[in-house]
Write a protein that binds this ligand. Structure first.
Ligand code: SF4
Length: 318
């Protein structure tokens, strides 16, 4: 017979890979190195990555987050976020002779260069992505206004009209749902057979791996928590993937303090993952909160190992 105080059992299926990707890690290091090198304050245009915990810890070290360059004084350095910026932003920083460091993820920069290459070859670029996301604004801003057409879903791909259907290319936001994007690309290829696209999908390794890890555990979970931010595209996609792959009770939490414990009633197997901009400390915090109420067993379910590391900009390592 169990003692009256015994905690109920809870198995946590920990998806792997999860959490920080190489692009987020690099962007945070860029702000930290800039603070060491230039002193405080260092200005950062937009959230460096989509996570309040990260932003607040950098603020505590002397970073100041702003929406636009006109909030940056002439004599202080500014860092551009990992999501990338339209060409007009470094151009304006150059005009003002600001000291700037670009923390755009190299995998986003790769999409920028592809789009420029297609434009130079006379192709209209169709960008698959979410309207208003900073990465989409940055990628569209690599080309002159009107030269990138945004497509958000299969319905738009099916009804899109273009002036020259023989001269088209597509690129994608890096943090989309792999499955949704496959459907959109298939519709574009069927309607425009000569459309050019990337040899390897623009959806990045980190997004792909985190979605694969959730697919591997979703059907075995009674509920699943994604640690991440509502404005983080890759985190929101993980919630959708969990729901689509057998775990309808999936939710996003910024951190453990947001959990509604009643939501876990009847749950004996809880899946846990984290978006690419969420630090592992927040996963640890959730597990600790669960341990306070449950007799927790951890099962790690890792689908692949990651060893991608991106170099820091030369200006910060010399
Ligand atoms: S999610 Fe992918 S594209 Fe975005 S910063 Fe991470 S590695 Fe780069």
């Amino acid at each position: 017979m169990q003692p009256a105080t015994a905690k109920p059992p809870l198995t946590i299926l920990l998806a792997g890979p999860r959490g920080f990707c190489a692009g987020v890690d690099r962007a945070i290091q860029i702000v930290e190195r800039a603070l060491e090198r230039f002193g405080r304050p260092v200005f950062v245009r937009h959230e460096i990555v989509h996570n309040r915990f990260v932003v607040e810890s950098l603020e505590a070290k002397g970073a100041v987050f702003v929406d636009e360059l006109d909030e940056v004084p002439d004599d202080r350095p500014v860092v551009f976020s990992a999501h990338g910026v339209p060409k007009s932003v470094p151009a304006e920083a150059g005009r003002r002779e600001l000291l700037y460091v670009d923390a755009t993820c190299p995998l986003v920069s790769k999409v920028h260069r592809e789009s420029e290459r297609h434009h130079a070859a006379g192709r209209t670029v169709i960008l698959i992505g979410h309207r208003g996301h900073p990465e989409v604004i940055g990628t569209m801003g690599q080309l002159p206004p009107g030269k990138v057409v945004l497509v958000e879903d299969v319905a738009q791909a099916e009804t899109l009209t273009v002036a020259d259907p023989e001269n088209l290319a597509y690129a994608t936001q890096t943090t989309l749902s792999v499955d949704d994007t496959t459907g959109i690309v298939a519709a574009l290829r069927r309607r425009f057979p000569s459309i050019q696209g990337p040899k390897v999908e623009d959806i990045c390794y980190a997004t792909t791996n985190r979605q694969a890890a959730v697919k591997a555990i979703a059907a075995r979970c009674d509920a699943l928590v994604v640690i991440g931010a509502p404005n983080s595209s890759n985190s929101m996609r993980l919630v959708e993937v969990a729901r689509n792959y057998g775990c309808p009770r999936a939710t996003l939490l910024r951190r453990a303090s947001e959990i509604d414990w009643g939501w876990l009633d009847g749950v004996s197997r809880l899946g846990v993952t984290a978006g690419a901009s969420a630090p592992e400390a927040l996963v640890d915090e959730l597990i600790a909160a669960c341990r306070a109420r449950y007799d927790v067993t951890i099962e790690e379910a890792r689908v692949t190992e990651e060893d991608t590391v991106f170099k820091l900009p030369r200006a910060l390592v010399a």
